[in-house]
Design a protein. Structure first.
Length: 402
């Protein structure tokens, strides 16, 4: 375990994961006077360059789970009081869910230890739970051979999306080399569907095939919120993913808050049905054929752009901290829906792809980048080490605009 700087004994929050959302969380919580410590197993994590909080490089829980547990206990031992831990990636969610009983004497958290979060990291079990709760979802099949794909194609007669059951299976070096950084692959014909299956099957035998929900990327929606230990939903927001990268099947690069009470109700009813507690995010896509927002995936953790709600008084991370220290959660949501969020580096790349396909012009793109907006990866000069680390990458991408 490598400690970068010194762990302040007043530390009250451990942030497990230091990619862009972890870096933002370090800044946001530090500005609110929380003493924070970031934990990561990757020396490439951009949050390591933040000037806020202390940072620790620890074992990868997917490779050395016991070593990760020992590291968390050791980090907590530097603190005067038992800190709250907030995991920001599936790897840390799984590790905390697996070792909740062992870690509970040393760190504070809600909703881990019963295996529910572990089941929600599996797309197969997620959609099985959704079906049991009548949560609107696309037709979904767990694929073991190509004959099931052909049967699904004949059933839906529409493009099919193939995904790994566990997202991490397509994050390995071998997977990235074979298919790039993709969350899913769309097949437009039966022949293409089988070809895609043959290409990705060596990467993982655990595959999901789903009916593709037609419509533009702007139909992608995301509910994020916090469920207290008593089952009450506190802060919640709904965002529309106006741009994603990679386009059509990637993660958000530009988001705007929207007012969609029906989406809130459906998501919160689902979480209540399965007994969920803590921070959660649910991605959906509005199906233009019937006007229903249908499930895409569930993220049982703090998400990429959950900090968009902070400006509107919905700070899910702070709510989780206060709840872990015994404060009862209170219902709250945004009343204004102009607030936007952007990851500049990703959005530059997304814009280039959208422009290439003719769906977004330069002027139209620039017009969206106006206040009020949370700029995820460009904290101006308030976090100078992190700014210097990212500015060269953004300038390199911007050269391709002309």
């Amino acid at each position: 375990m490598e400690i970068i700087g010194k762990i302040d004994p007043r530390t009250t929050v451990l942030i497990a994961g230091l990619w862009v959302n972890g870096a933002a969380l370090l800044r946001n919580l530090s500005r609110k006077k929380y003493m924070v410590c970031g934990i990561t197993h990757s020396a490439q994590s951009p949050g390591l360059y933040s000037g806020h909080g202390s940072k620790v490089i620890c074992p990868d829980p997917s490779v050395d789970h016991e070593g990760w547990v020992r590291a968390v206990i050791e980090i907590a031992g530097h603190c005067d009081q038992k800190p709250v831990i907030i995991p920001l990636s599936d790897a840390y969610v799984l590790a905390l869910d697996r070792s909740a009983d062992e870690l509970r004497p040393y760190v504070r958290f809600h909703g881990f230890g019963d295996g529910l979060r572990t089941r929600l990291t599996s797309k197969r079990s997620t959609f099985e739970m959704a079906a049991a709760c009548n949560f609107p979802s696309p037709t979904t099949v767990y694929i073991e051979d190509s004959s099931q794909l052909r049967s699904l194609w004949r059933q839906v007669r529409a493009p099919i999306v193939i995904k790994p059951e566990f997202s991490k299976h397509w994050r390995t070096p071998a997977a990235v080399e074979a298919i790039g950084f993709q969350k899913a692959i769309i097949a437009e014909s039966e022949q293409e569907l089988v070809a895609v299956f043959d290409r990705v099957r060596p990467l993982t035998s655990q595959l999901i095939a789903q009916e593709f929900i037609p419509g533009p990327d702007q139909n992608l929606l995301y509910w994020a919120g916090y469920v207290g230990s008593d089952g009450r939903v506190g802060g919640r927001i709904v965002g529309r993913k106006l741009r994603v990268y990679p386009i059509h099947l990637g993660s958000a690069s530009f988001v705007q808050l929207v007012d969609m009470p029906e989406v809130e109700d459906n998501c919160e009813r689902f979480l209540s049905s399965i007994g969920y507690r803590g921070i959660c995010g649910i991605e959906l896509k509005l199906d233009e054929r019937d006007g229903i927002a249908k499930l895409v995936e569930v993220n049982p953790r703090y998400g990429l752009w959950d900090d968009v709600g902070v400006a509107e008084g919905v700070d899910l991370a702070e709510e989780a901290i206060l709840a872990a220290y015994g404060q009862r959660t209170q219902p709250r949501r945004s009343n204004l829906f102009r607030q936007k969020w952007v990851n500049v580096e990703k959005d530059l790349k997304a814009f280039l792809k959208y422009r290439a396909e003719g769906s977004l012009g330069l002027g139209e793109w620039l017009a969206t980048l106006t206040p009020p907006i949370t700029v995820n990866d460009l904290p101006m000069l308030s976090d100078r080490p992190y700014f210097r680390r990212n500015i060269l990458s953004m300038l390199k991408a911007s050269r391709k605009l002309w």
